[in-house]
Design a protein around this ligand. Structure first.
Ligand code: HEC
Ligand code: HEC
Length: 305
């Protein structure tokens, strides 16, 4: 097309220039985003952190098994802990929880207790790189005793030979990381915070607060819900779990709460999406009561319309 030097030609030329400028700017923005993300993901965290006592008695292993179940580890690391695909989307990325067993393709034989502590509590891989998608922020407050039990259990799972899947963020996840919409857990964990040595399991709001750490990754640290960080577009929003008017917790009795978590059916008969982890339904009555008592006390945040 030849643009003559008429008024409409000039306007057209300006529009084309504006479009070209926009495309160039968008391209630059993506480049900057990718390089920011690259810096965030390849940063080395060299922390000196204390380890925890890992007992291998049957009671500790059993406690660890329960903790792994109610913390959703299997959702990403597989029922056999040999890894599973979590996100498989060209735009969001291809991410799998790795094989955590000692089989071929799993953790190396010299993977130490401190390596587990650094991964689970601090979100840092053995080589100092921050772990992606692994929700260490939710687990960082675990007591020394519980973390020790969890590690004892992980060390007890049978070896499975299966190569670990890839951990490759796609363009959307890279942009989300660059703009801070998806957080790198290692960067926001208070690594020096004092963790409790052990926590009394009682049906109190206090114990519920301890347990609720595994809900905040999706429902938010203020439990107001919303878009789950880094989630593919087909995942539902996390609902508001505060006792705000119109939210589930404002009406629910303790029995309703247990019913929803155990049967995955809402009072109106709707089934919960599998995005809401199945493992929480395995919490004991005491744990669910504690969680309920705590969620009733969190400040109400108005439900978004
Ligand atoms: C939302 C998914 C998800 C959940 C839930 C999850 N993990 Fe992970 N985990 C990952 C991914 C993905 C990686 C690898 C990240 C990377 O390499 O950047 C990982 C890495 C790890 C590692 C480090 C492995 C290594 O090679 O150094 C350990 C240990 C681990 N997870 C334990 C756990 C335990 C224990 C739980 C439950 C308390 C758990 N994970 C829950 C996704 C998850
Ligand atoms: C991996 C993300 C994730 C985690 C972790 C998570 N949830 Fe959810 N939860 C969801 C999603 C998504 C829904 C909505 C599912 C739907 O609409 O089908 C949901 C729904 C719910 C509901 C139903 C409320 C309503 O208004 O519909 C309750 C209650 C709930 N979650 C409690 C919890 C508790 C308690 C924890 C922690 C022990 C927790 N969730 C952890 C994602 C999560």
């Amino acid at each position: 097309m030849k643009l003559r030097n008429t008024t409409s030609g000039k306007i057209l030329r300006k529009i084309i220039l504006a479009i070209v400028a926009l495309v160039v700017l968008a391209g630059l923005a993506v480049l900057v985003a990718f390089s920011v993300t690259h810096t965030r993901l390849t940063r080395t965290y060299s922390l000196q952190v204390p380890t925890v006592v890992v007992k291998s008695d049957a009671a500790s292993v059993e406690r660890g098994r329960h903790l792994a179940t109610i913390s959703g580890c299997m959702d990403c690391h597989g029922k056999d802990f040999a890894g599973t695909v979590v996100i498989n989307d060209a735009v969001v990325g291809h991410l799998s929880g790795p094989n955590l067993t000692r089989g071929k393709g799993g953790l190396p034989t010299d993977y130490s207790d401190l390596d587990y502590v650094r991964a689970i509590r601090h979100g840092i891989a053995r080589n100092g790189r921050p772990l992606l998608l692994m929700p260490s922020f939710d687990y960082t407050g675990l007591s020394d005793e519980d973390l020790g039990a969890l590690i004892a259990f992980l060390k007890s799972v049978p070896a499975v030979d299966r190569p670990s899947g890839v951990v490759e963020p796609g363009p959307l996840m890279k942009v989300l990381i660059a703009v801070g919409e998806m957080k790198i857990d290692a960067a926001r964990i208070d690594h020096g915070a004092k963790r409790p040595v052990s926590v009394a399991a009682e049906p109190t709001a206090e114990y519920g607060r301890y347990l609720s750490a595994s809900c905040s990754g999706c429902h938010g640290t203020n439990f107001a819900g919303g878009k789950i960080p880094g989630a593919p577009p087909d995942w539902p929003l996390a609902p508001n779990l505060t006792p705000a008017t119109g939210a589930f917790m404002s009406q629910a009795s303790a029995a309703d709460f247990m019913h929803v978590l155990r049967t995955r059916t809402l009072p109106d008969g709707r089934q919960l999406s599998p995005v809401m982890p199945v493992g929480f339904g395995q919490m004991t009555d005491l744990e669910l009561t504690a969680l309920y008592n705590y969620l009733k006390t969190v400040p109400a945040v108005a439900v978004k319309k």
